[in-house]
Design a protein around this ligand. Structure first.
Ligand code: FES
Length: 100
């Protein structure tokens, strides 16, 4: 299996019972995930960037939370409108989006 260059975890407040309920979910995290998928698809970065939704990452008041590995960069309060900038700056050019 080919390893992605970036593995991106987006909190969708998924619970162990399969429910999505919680702070990040209530703040459009599902739309953030969908926008990441569309943006990565349109830029043909599917082999380089993998998106995974997660359960609570423990800093709910800063949600929606996005964590990028291998660097371990945490982005907070991410909205669907921020996704294009993260994909272009971080994943295409290797520059973290400091404002987030
Ligand atoms: S629900 Fe997303 S960090 Fe807690």
């Amino acid at each position: 299996m080919q390893k992605p260059k970036y593995h991106v975890f987006v909190c969708s407040s998924s619970r162990i019972n399969g429910q999505q309920k919680g702070y990040c979910y209530s703040k459009e995290s599902v739309e953030v995930i969908q926008t990441f998928i569309e943006e990565i698809d349109s830029r043909e970065l599917n082999d380089e960037v993998m998106i995974t939704n997660t359960g609570c990452l423990g800093i709910c008041n800063s949600g929606p939370v996005v964590v990028v590995y291998p660097e371990g960069v945490w982005y907070k309060e991410v909205t669907p409108d921020d996704v294009e900038e993260i994909v272009e700056s971080h994943f295409e050019n290797g520059i973290k989006v400091e404002r987030l």
